[in-house]
Design a protein. Structure first.
Ligand code: ATP
Ligand code: MG
Length: 593
């Protein structure tokens, strides 16, 4: 019906090399959208991924990716792969099952904690499921890289990881099984490793920009992976599990877990007063004690009991402060810290909760740095219904360590410039670490340097949560009707809604358009179901496909199609040829941003 005027078409491969995809007919595709909001989903990305038929849960934290979900994830993978290759990294693929002995070499078999799934095979060999691959890649390096001439090198993979997360939740955001891109760099020196690190830092900025995400790179804690220096890439979203501290006056941005508290000392020195025991009947909580004694929470020190890898440790912080568990974990060098319950506190200390204090306490005790500069403060009396007054550090009690152990607040000064701080929520989508020689030393991975000497590889590691990005993109891009995919992440960029499946003219026009858009290099889903228009439009909105083309009555009337942009709702009426040309130009422009 329409002449195939395709002289203006840009060669297929220039638009999207991965687009040689098979036919995508709605009627024949597994695309089970749901009308109802699934009850188990707490955040919007989880709800929409289920409703739009992207994922289905198998068991806690473990999902199947249905065809459209996989298509979206492939988009992320392709961007990641392109930018990693462009940065000079080489792709490989390592096994998911790893021998325990290799993890023993680095001491992580014991240290990693319950997130590492351990099992025995039929020959009784201990193994684990890879939550990350530093050991395996270091083993490859020590066997295959012998000389400085092999360096620098950066090796990466895109692979399924398993971590037995304590609280898997929010769908793809925190799964137990998830897809990660992990890269590892090997260098001759610290300086060279710094160059590799910066290359990845820059590649990550490109990746997240190309994914259409609004993000920020922040200073981060190095956690169980270890290392000396790291940055996290955070997608800014209310549902993020991480809190980011940002300075309003300088460039400082850090994960709350890592943000260093600058100690501000009280400049009015008081003479130490005499220690007094005071009765506080039934007053266990900070607020109740303060009300009863007419004092401020900042005049009191809380004694919190944690289980550090199962063993009790008391932590002292000012009454109005919160313990930062990551800082505590790092200080104690343990895999896991958890607040003890009332029964455990009593078993460990012999004191009922609410009355515990540091004077003559029976368990290991550490203190936040602020406690060491407080004067004449209040603490629990280590006896039911009693507190102590005029307590002073060192005179009345000692601790095993004094350190920065509390959470930063917006009333603290910026640790870099002293300016005002603000907080925002974020989803961690990437993490870059300078590892140094920790792994190469413990696994004896060396190369021969220019001077003929054997040296340890200086390493870096770099992760991206590929499946998490799909969820993060939806958290940032949606409305009440469904997903609004940024073009580069959209599983299809165009959906054709055929409103005349039983009308020969409309049907032929829709099918011709389908072919022409595909020939133009676009990824197209055609809704060829014999359903009501409203029903089809609802699904198109839910799926979040950036452009919807409706072939219906207006085509019969005046030969035009309706093109609707999912993001801003704008509508254009164009002929089929104009439609192909316009969509091709617009989508190509979006993809090359
Ligand atoms: P988190 O603090 O969120 O647990 P992590 O610090 O343990 O993350 P890394 O070890 O740095 O994460 O892993 C690299 C990337 O893998 C993270 O930046 C994140 O995007 C992703 N990731 C980590 N854990 C999960 C998970 N349980 N589900 C989905 N993605 C994850
Ligand atoms: Mg983790």
């Amino acid at each position: 019906m329409f002449p195939a005027t395709r002289w203006w078409l840009v060669p297929f491969h220039k638009i999207n090399p991965a687009s040689k995809k098979n036919d995508m007919r709605y009627s024949q595709t597994l695309l089970p959208t749901l009308k109802e909001t699934p009850a188990e989903a707490e955040v919007v990305s989880h709800r929409l991924l289920l409703r739009a038929g992207f994922i289905r849960k198998l068991t806690a934290g473990i999902y199947s990716y249905l065809p459209i979900g996989l298509a979206a994830m492939r988009k992320v993978e392709n961007i990641v792969r392109e930018e990693m290759n462009r940065a000079g990294a080489q792709e490989l693929l390592m096994p998911m099952v790893q021998p325990a002995d290799m993890w023993r070499e680095t001491g992580r078999y014991e240290k990693y904690g319950p997130e590492l799934v351990r099992f025995r095979d039929r020959h009784d060999r201990e193994s684990c499921l890879g939550p990350t691959h530093e050991e395996v890649i270091t083993d490859i390096a020590r066997k295959e890289l012998h000389s400085y001439r092999n360096l620098p090198i950066n090796l990466y993979q895109i692979q399924t990881k398993f971590r037995d997360e304590i609280r898997p939740r929010f769908g793809l955001m925190r799964g137990r099984e998830f897809v990660m891109k992990d890269a590892y760099s090997f260098d001759v020196s610290d300086e060279a490793a710094g160059v590799s690190y910066m290359k990845m830092y820059e590649a990550y900025k490109k990746i997240f920009t190309r994914c259409g995400l609004s993000f920020r790179a922040v200073q981060a804690d190095s956690g169980a992976i270890g290392g000396s220096f790291s940055h996290e890439f955070m997608v800014l979203a209310d549902t993020g599990e991480d809190t980011i501290v940002v300075c309003k006056d300088c460039e400082y941005a850090a994960n709350m877990e890592k943000a260093v508290v600058k100690l501000v000392e009280d400049d009015q020195a008081q003479a130490p007063a005499e220690l007094e025991k005071i009765e506080t009947p039934g007053k266990r909580k900070v607020d109740a004690v303060c009300d009863f004694l007419s004092i401020e929470p900042k005049q009191l020190v809380k004694t919190m009991v944690y289980k550090a890898d199962g063993k009790p440790v008391a932590v002292l912080v000012r009454g109005d402060r919160e313990v930062e568990e990551v800082k505590l974990k790092n200080l104690l060098g343990v895999a896991d810290v958890e607040l003890a319950d009332d029964k455990e506190v009593f078993e460990a200390t012999g004191v009922p909760t609410g009355y515990l204090g540091p004077v003559s306490i029976k368990i290991r005790t550490v203190a936040d740095q602020e406690v060491a500069v407080m004067q004449n403060f209040y603490v629990g009396g280590n006896e039911k219904n009693y507190h102590l007054k005029n307590v002073n550090f060192e005179r009345d009690f000692q601790v095993e360590a004094v350190a920065d152990l509390r959470q930063i607040t917006t009333s603290d000064p910026c640790p870099e410039c002293g300016g005002k701080l603000d907080t925002t929520e974020g989803i961690e989508v990437g993490h870059v670490f300078k590892l140094g020689t920790g792994y190469s030393e413990s696994m004896n991975a060396t190369f021969q340097d220019r001077d003929g000497k054997e040296k340890y590889f200086v390493m870096g590691c770099y992760g991206i949560g590929v499946s998490r990005i799909v969820a993060a993109a939806i958290e940032q891009n949606h409305d009440e009707n469904g997903i609004i995919f940024p073009v580069p992440l959209a599983p299809y960029t165009v959906i054709i809604v055929n409103l005349g499946v039983n009308d020969e003219t409309i049907n032929t026009a829709a099918e011709t358009l389908y072919r022409d858009l595909q020939t133009a290099g676009l990824e197209v889903l055609i809704d060829d179901r014999d359903e009501r228009p409203g029903f089809k439009f609802k699904d198109a909105d839910l799926l979040g496909i950036p452009y919807r083309v409706t072939v219906g009555k207006s085509f019969l009337k005046n030969g035009t199609l309706e093109i609707k942009c999912r993001k801003d709702g704008t509508i254009q009426e164009l002929t089929p040829e104009e439609t192909v040309r316009s969509l091709q130009t617009t989508i190509l422009a979006e993809l090359s941003k």
